[in-house]
Design a protein around this ligand. Structure first.
Ligand SMILES: Cc1cc2nc3c(=O)[nH]c(=O)nc-3n(C[C@H](O)[C@H](O)[C@H](O)COP(=O)(O)O)c2cc1C
Length: 430
């Protein structure tokens, strides 16, 4: 990761609460620490019913505050001088605080300023910017009480990230799912940017990224080609890699336009989201941004084929024993981008492979004329498509190849951005 990443050495306080989405906190802590952040954790009593403090302590790399009213001398020394007031020490220590998953209960407690357990008390004692990542069943999220508490927190300057639509613990597909880890990292990064610590000396080992201030265009998700008004041809892409790339580009200081065929991420500063459905729509959205782009990351899984003439009405099963679809090719967006890019614009293509990676990756690199080609394996134990992690091979037009081992998509995205930034050259101040 480059020194421009933005989280290196930053002090992040993660308040963990008692919701089922706590299962995402280990990945979040790992991602923050791999980005160089120093992480401390508080856990509500509810959180401790869901996950053991020992687990989070190991992943955070430091002690976890679990109680407020501890016996004298019981506070772990690493939380502070050890005078049993961890909430004050952690509150003063943090540069940013993130509540995750923010339960309906904790949102209410934070809005009211309740301080009878360690998360509420520490958040109240902490002047650092507050990021709240709610996750709960849709009925709880939509309840007027929850809405009022979130509005109170937002009025006070808290950033609310998510929830997003998706599969909930109840099995229903609805609003209430925790925002993706990449979106949480983005919100924390932006909160730190908005409120930099005035006493913080610039890191001399962090030269500005060539992408600082540049426009980076990212495509994400799987396009949907209509068959009839209710059906489409699609694919398994979740949009997570594209979102991870957008976050990584923001951490290089770039302005990002995310053209996505997946559910959009929550709004965030420096990130413009354009929602599209079909390959045609994606091409139009890409063309509208391309003339200003310095880097284009084509992570979307674009359909190769569309139905020549989608039915105007729902196709019925009755009276048919077979249905044939007449398919025609969709536009080749990657080829259009390479042909129409402005001078100096770096283009990164992506390939999903089910077999050998290197040969097809080099062949696609040459055939499409891109600067870098990122090949993902889509079957087997390190399958990338639709999953939380990826392992990729990055090949360059200069013949260089680099394998990024299987890991969280945030980490893989950071490696891809570093490789692309090296090709982008010095910042363009023209
Ligand atoms: C299995 C289970 C799952 C739960 N999941 C959630 C959830 O996702 N979001 C939420 O707001 N509350 C959820 N709750 C309710 C909270 O755990 C409960 O309100 C608790 O008091 C929250 O504690 P805390 O806010 O102090 O962490 C769940 C409860 C149970 C038993």
């Amino acid at each position: 990761m480059t020194g421009a990443g933005g989280l290196s050495g930053r002090r992040i306080l993660v308040h963990v609460c008692g919701g089922i989405a706590v299962v995402k906190v280990p990945e979040l802590l790992t991602t923050l620490r791999r980005a160089g952040a120093v992480v401390r954790v508080t856990m509500s009593p509810g959180a401790q019913a869901f996950i053991a403090p020992m687990t989070l302590q190991a992943l955070a790399g430091g002690p976890v505050a679990t109680t407020l009213l501890e016996p004298p001398g019981a506070a772990p020394a690493a939380l502070g001088p050890g005078h049993g007031m961890a909430h004050l020490e952690l509150g003063a220590w943090a540069e940013v605080q993130l509540v995750v998953p923010a339960t309906a209960d904790m949102c209410a407690r934070l809005a009211l300023g309740l301080a009878d357990e360690v998360v509420g008390a520490t958040a109240l004692a902490c002047p650092a910017p507050l990021v709240v990542a709610p996750a709960m069943e849709a009925a709880m999220w939509e309840h007027p009480a929850t809405r009022a508490h979130l509005a109170t927190l937002a009025d006070r300057g808290a950033r609310v990230v998510g929830p997003v639509r998706g599969r909930l613990a109840s099995g229903r597909d609805d609003i209430g799912r925790l925002a993706p880890v990449e979106a949480l990292v983005l919100a924390v990064t932006d909160a730190l940017k908005a409120a930099p610590d005035p006493g913080r000396a610039p890191d001399p080992s962090a030269p500005p990224s060539p992408l600082a201030g540049a426009l980076v265009l990212v495509t994400a998700g799987g396009t949907r080609e209509p068959v009839d008004p209710v059906r489409f041809l699609g694919n398994r892409s979740s949009g997570r890699m594209g979102l991870a790339l957008a976050v990584a580009a923001r951490r290089h200081g770039a302005e990002v336009v995310l053209v996505t065929a997946a559910p959009p991420p929550p709004p965030a500063p420096g990130l413009r989201v354009v929602e599209v459905g079909t390959a045609e729509e994606m091409l139009a959205a890409v063309r509208s941004v391309l003339p200003r782009a310095r880097l284009v990351l084509m992570a979307a899984a674009v359909a190769d084929w569309r139905v020549a003439a989608p039915a105007g009405e729902k196709l019925r099963r009755a009276g048919r024993d077979r249905l044939r679809l007449d398919l025609v090719p969709t536009p080749d967006i990657l080829r259009a981008v390479v042909a129409e890019r402005p001078p100096g614009c770096v283009v990164v293509g992506f390939a999903a492979e089910t077999g050998e990676l290197e040969g097809p990756a080099r062949a696609k690199l040459r055939a499409k004329g891109v600067d870098l080609l990122v090949a993902n394996r889509v079957v087997g134990p390190d399958s990338a498509m639709g999953g939380e992690g990826a392992g990729v091979l990055i090949v360059g037009a200069d013949g260089v190849g680099r394998r990024v081992p299987f890991g969280p998509k945030s980490e893989v995205a950071a490696a891809i951005l570093d490789a692309a930034a090296r090709l982008a050259g010095p910042p363009d101040h023209g």
